[in-house]
Structure formats: C-alpha cells, structure tokens
Design a protein around this ligand. Structure first.
Ligand code: NAD
Length: 403
C-alpha cells in the first residue's frame, strides 16, 4: 500500500520542479511543524478500560491558523494524518483562504462503539489536545466518520464554538457547511466542464463512497439532471446504465445501511465499478483507490477527486499519458474547508450569514480557484494536479515569514 505522506511529498516535488520555488521553502513544507500522538483512556459501556491512540499533525501555518478535520477509522496512522495535514495546507492555499493545514485522527472503528462511548472518545481527544488547538491556533472539523455531533462535543469540552467548524447550526455552525464539499465540487466541475470536453447533454457519472461527500454529490448531480450510473459504499457498488434514482437510493441506504441490493441495479465490487465507462468518475471514499494496478483500465473521460488522495502519483502519470484529466483533491474538495473558514469567520465576528450569502461566496471562491489552477496547467503544459500544487506553492512562498 502506498504511504500517503510519501505521495503528498512526491506531488509537491513534481510541481516544484516546474515552477521556480525556493529550496528552503520546499524543505520547510516537506516537514510538518508539529506531530502529536496522545493516549485516550475511557471506560466502555461494559465497564472495561480501553486506551485508544489519537493524533494531531499541524503541517503549516504561514497563511493563517492550522485548519483540518478529524478522522475516526481503524486504519488511521501517523502517515495518513501527516498526508492529510499536508494536503490541507495546499488546499487552503489553492482556495485562497487565510488558513494553514492540520489534521487529526483516532485509530478505531466507530461503528463498533455506542454514542455514549463516542462522546467519551471525542471529549478525551479534545482534553488531550487542549493546549494545541484554539480559534486562533488550530481549528478542527469533521472528516471520515465524524459529524456535527462530534464537533458540538469538541466545542463544549473546549469551551468555545470558534475552536471547531462543521458544528450543528444551533451550536454556532454555518448554513451550507454540511453540503459544502459536494457543492463546491459541483461548482468546480461546472467551471471546467467545457474545458474538459464534457459539453454534451446526458453526462454519466460514477461516485465512489456514499457518505457525507459522496452521497450529497449524487443528490446534487441528480437534481441537476446528470445521470449517476453507479455508486458504492464500504460494502460494495451498484450499477444501472440508465441512471440511479438517488432519492429512492437514499431511503434504501438509510433502511438497509448499504447501497447494495437496490431495485433495478446490478451489484458490483468497488474495483469493478471504478473501471466502468462514464464521463466523470468521482472517488469520494478513501485514499489509494486509483493506482498503477487499475489506472490503465479506467474508462472515465475525467476524474474528480472528492476524496483526499484517491489517486497515486504512478496512476497520475498513466492517466495523464492517456489524456484523462484528474481534477485534484486540493481543488475539487476545497469547498468543505472554504465554508469551514466562513463558519470560523462568522464565529469570530459574532455573525450568522444567510444560506444565499454562503453559497454566493462559495461559488465565487471555487470558480476563481478552478480558473487559477487551469491557468497554471496551461502555463506549464502539465496536469491539473501540478497546476494546483504550483499555484499553492506560489502562494505559500509569498506567505513565508522571510519572503
Ligand atoms: P464519510 O465517512 O461520511 O463517508 C465515507 C464513505 O466511503 C462511506 O459511504 C463509506 O461506506 C465509504 N467507503 C469506505 N471505505 C470504502 C471502500 N473501501 N470502498 C468504497 N467506499 C468506501 O466520509 P466523508 O466525509 O464523505 O469523506 C469521504 C472523503 O472525502 C475522504 O477522503 C475525506 O477526507 C474527503 N473529504 C471530506 C470532506 C467533508 O467535508 N466531509 C471535505 C473534504 C474532503
């Protein structure tokens, strides 16, 4: 399995070789500013003590306070958290928001724990990190398997709403945060659709992952008249070449906790689904899904990474050689952190913006970022990922304390 932090470093080096970036800036960006591992002891519902491992990596804060989500997953380790923190730094720079990059995680499978246990774990992580986070220091947010509920517990345990984003509206959350990652992704796709040669009617899309990012993406695409022909979750995939009825699928997923066995659709494995013909393939689950093992078999016309790190650098080269554009994660899913920044800004100013105001600002931010990335891609005759990384490197170099 690819080490995602090595992938992130590789992506930075590849972009830096195109633009003239100061070597010292690059060296500093290759090492997170702080890496923290903590023990989280808590008593399970059955009375037994359990000790989990928690992480926070603060990659870089030249452009503003560290910002990044918290992941609950059995595969969380320091390399994954370092990679995700690094991508946050670059993502905030691409989106042009004044925040840095960090990420956190706890290594366990939350599906095996009760709500009361999840609260203890979340509060335990917050106590362990209390001196390292804060509204002007480091601001966590949701990621895989964490939701507004976890964010509300963090805000309460820390004692300030502005310490965390992605909170429920009643706890100081922003309008539009829950749907921001997918909405932002859709604005990016809309901005690039013609440039990517996807101008025809009846566009067919595949979305891997049916969680916060993926499920909302399928709902937006369905509402806009695009055809979602396949989607998946950790249990497997489903496929209907005529397009899936996404509202019926949502009800099926809620009732059965799986997308599989959906009426009128064929069950497939996640691996099979990735190789189906389509206009846009949208990975929205986990890292390392498109690798050198399957990149030659991908039949999508374009890929948009709603997940973080779904494509390895080796796969990038294969796809670029085959003329398949990949809209990189640090652009495609930056809508989430953008509205997180809006939420933080509202909390700091004691304001609450309307949904329309949030949406207008998100749309403007995403369009500007998409066109700046496209400009770099053209300027350096390269792929969109290197375009996005060069843009971020320029902005980060400008923000270096000694620049
Ligand atoms: P989530 O936990 O809500 O959903 C994850 C989905 O992926 C679930 O449907 C799960 O069943 C599925 N999944 C897990 N393993 C899988 C596998 N092996 N194959 C196929 N599907 C699998 O998480 P999320 O918040 O939607 O995050 C998904 C991705 O998007 C992550 O890479 C995350 O870092 C990224 N992301 C999320 C946000 C956000 O605001 N939620 C923002 C930026 C990036």
């Amino acid at each position: 399995m690819n080490n995602p932090f090595e992938n992130a470093l590789n992506q930075i080096r590849r972009a830096a070789s195109l633009a003239s970036i100061n070597q010292e800036v690059l060296d500093e960006l290759s090492v997170p500013m702080r890496e923290v591992r903590v023990a989280i002891p808590f008593v399970r519902d059955n009375g037994e003590l359990q000790i989990l491992e928690g992480f926070r990596v603060q990659h870089n804060n030249w452009r503003g306070p560290f910002k990044g989500g918290i992941r609950y997953h059995q595969n969380v380790d320091i390399f994954e958290v370092k990679a995700l923190a690094t991508w946050m730094t670059f993502k905030c720079a691409v989106a042009g928001i004044p925040m840095g990059g960090s990420k956190g995680g706890v290594t366990f499978n939350p599906k095996e724990y009760s709500e009361a246990e999840l609260e203890k774990i979340t509060r335990g992580w917050t106590r362990a990190m209390k001196s390292l986070i804060g509204p002007e220091i480091d601001v966590p947010a949701p990621d895989v398997n964490t939701t507004p509920q976890e964010m509300a517990w963090i805000a309460d345990e820390f004692g300030s709403p502005a310490v965390v984003t992605g909170k429920p509206i009643a706890n100081g959350g922003s309008e539009g945060r829950g749907t921001a990652t997918a909405t932002g992704g859709f604005y990016v796709l809309e901005a690039l659709v013609e440039k990517l040669g996807l101008g025809s009617e009846d566009k067919k899309v595949i979305v891997q992952g049916f969680g916060n990012a993926g499920r909302i993406m399928t709902e937006i695409l369905f509402a806009k008249g695009w055809k979602v022909i396949a989607t998946s979750d950790s249990k497997g995939a489903i496929f209907n070449p005529e397009g899936l009825d996404i509202s019926a699928l949502g009800a099926h997923k809620d009732a059965t906790r799986s997308v599989q066995d959906f009426s009128g659709a064929q069950n497939l494995t996640n691996e099979e689904m990735l190789e189906l013909e389509c206009d846009v393939l949208i990975p929205a689950a986990l890292e390392n899904q498109i690798t050198e093992a399957n990149a030659s078999n991908i039949k999508a016309k374009a890929i948009m990474e709603l997940a973080n790190g779904p494509t390895t650098p080796e796969a990038d080269d294969i796809l670029f050689g085959r003329g398949i554009n990949v809209i990189p994660d640090i652009l495609a899913n930056s809508g989430g952190v953008t509205v997180s920044y809006f939420e933080w800004d509202q909390n700091m100013k004691g304001e609450h913006w309307s949904e329309t105001k949030v949406d207008d600002r998100l749309k403007t931010t995403m369009r500007e970022a998409a066109s700046a990335v496209w400009e770099r891609k053209e300027k350096y005759s390269t792929d969109l990922r290197r375009g996005a990384f060069t843009l971020a490197l320029e902005r980060l170099s400008d923000a270096h304390p000694n620049s």
